[in-house]
Design a protein around this ligand. Structure first.
Ligand code: ADP
Ligand code: ADP
Length: 227
């Protein structure tokens, strides 16, 4: 479980992005942070893997405060997916996917073999392995981004608007594939979106944030819909 306790983030210019956020993201489930642009979703997500440090409060993963962990190790141990895939532009698809496993000590051969398997699992043709990100469609880039995040088999995945950069038809397809994959893998996922329909569709738990970075509501989609 990922636990936020009274987390506050005030940026250097005085912007109060997150203001006393407490919530639990349960192990093996998808917790969605949803709310309008600027309400602190990305800031909250990036505090989990210490890309951003909180001003006060704490975030713990399975009882361990993340501030006690080495930031580089923490980041390698957590999958991170952003809009448009966030791929390294000067590396091929297969090398994008193999990067973190290589850093974690996999042999080049093993990392590439695993990457090819992940490509297949994400429904991508093996022929794309040698392409560069700019030579892929938006949906393909997004799939490779998910494959890359999964490559080190992290228990936790952070996803920031992972399906926003593609057209609605591809988005629906990616969402379905994602739910099918998650049913198998059971990762602990925190996913950020501004789209309430997506939140309700994907979330086991949905945290609705307000402008100013406070929690308006935390509930299951069924309960949210009933209100
Ligand atoms: P969201 O992901 O919900 O759109 P963000 O977490 O990106 O929200 O931003 C929350 C607020 O913090 C916004 O008002 C944004 O402009 C501000 N903000 C984000 N990053 C910085 C920064 N590095 N310095 C100052 N303000 C920031
Ligand atoms: P997103 O697509 O996640 O909303 P943004 O365009 O808000 O991204 O932010 C892009 C980058 O700029 C982030 O690293 C964020 O921290 C930073 N940023 C956002 N708002 C501000 C701000 N008001 N002042 C300084 N940096 C900001």
């Amino acid at each position: 479980m990922i636990r936020f306790t009274e987390v506050v983030k005030v940026y250097a210019d005085g912007t109060r992005a997150v203001d006393g956020l407490s919530l639990d993201a349960p192990t093996g489930r998808i917790t969605v942070l949803v709310g309008p642009s600027g309400c602190g979703k990305t800031t909250s997500l990036r505090m989990i893997n210490r890309m951003i440090e909180p001003s006060s409060g704490s975030i713990a993963i399975d009882g361990t405060d993340v501030s006690a962990l080495n930031p580089d190790e923490l980041r390698r141990g957590i999958g991170y997916v952003i809009q448009s895939g966030g791929l390294f532009p000067h590396r091929t698809v297969v090398d994008n996917i193999a990067t973190v496993p290589r850093l974690l000590g996999s042999s080049r051969r093993q990392a590439r073999a695993d990457a090819m398997e992940l490509l297949e699992r994400m429904g991508l043709d093996a022929g794309l392995a040698g392409r560069y990100p700019a030579q892929l469609s938006g949906g393909q880039q997004q799939r490779v981004g998910v494959a890359r995040a999964l490559a080190a088999d992290p228990p936790v995945m952070l996803m920031d608007e992972p399906f926003s950069a593609v057209d609605p038809q591809v988005r629906a397809q990616l969402q379905n594939e994602f739910l099918r994959l998650q049913a198998e893998l059971g990762k602990t996922i925190v996913l950020v979106t501004h789209d309430i329909d997506e939140a309700i569709r994907l979330g086991d738990e949905v945290a609705v944030l307000r402008p100013g970075g406070t929690l308006a509501q935390l509930d299951t989609p069924d309960h949210l819909l009933a209100d």
